[in-house]
Design a binder for this molecule. Structure first.
Ligand code: XMP
Length: 179
């Protein structure tokens, strides 16, 4: 796996530090007496980010899982979001925080927000680890952003290429012949 990596963009130490900061910032927006927070991680890319984030959020919450995929097989071209597994939790009148790995073209977050809005939650906010400012359209914003990165396909810390490299601990770019 390591031999496929071209460059590390964000190290595991930088990730740990920033995720902790984000968790503190997010938790401050949801006081404990304001019950009914449901985190909705978008699987599978957000799993490692989610696991690290919630362990620094000492507030009451539930998790509701949703699987949305945009890439099928060995490609870096998004085919548009496809709902693979819908959320089972009742989010009516609940605060929802969508957690995703990356805000790239914005199609996934736009799709997820619209699906969740139909269920009348009390609020919907979004937290993403990474954002590509050159790509994300102005109508798709995230309330909490870990890092802004340039427009290149990245892997590691949950993000994959053809379902590989999710376990690489840093955010990295692959060698050109590995895509
Ligand atoms: P969009 O374009 O809909 O992207 O904002 C959201 C989903 O697509 C995946 N994605 C990536 N995965 N490296 C990856 O490993 C990338 O650079 C990348 N860009 C988008 C990701 O699953 C995200 O939730």
């Amino acid at each position: 796996m390591e031999t496929d990596i071209d460059r590390i963009l964000i190290t595991d130490r930088e990730l740990a530090q920033r995720v902790k900061e984000l968790a503190t910032q997010i938790a401050a927006c949801y006081p404990d007496e304001d019950t009914g927070l449901i985190l909705v991680p978008i699987l599978s890319g957000s799993i490692i980010f989610l696991a690290d984030l919630i362990r620094h959020m000492p507030i009451k919450m539930k998790l509701g899982l949703m699987t949305v995929s945009s890439y099928s097989g060995a490609t870096t071209e998004s085919q548009g979001p496809k709902l693979e597994m819908d959320l089972e939790e009742d989010i009516h009148d609940q605060h929802v925080l969508v957690v995703d790995d990356i805000l790239d073209t914005g199609k996934t977050l736009r799709f997820v927000r619209s699906k969740l809005s139909e269920r009348n939650p009390r609020s919907i906010r979004t937290a993403v680890l990474l954002r590509k400012p050159e790509k994300a359209p102005p109508d798709v914003t995230a309330d909490f952003v870990g890092f802004e990165i340039a427009d290149e396909f990245v892997v590691g810390y949950g993000l994959d290429y053809d379902d590989h490299y999710r376990n690489f601990p840093h955010i990295a770019v692959l060698k050109p012949d590995c895509y």
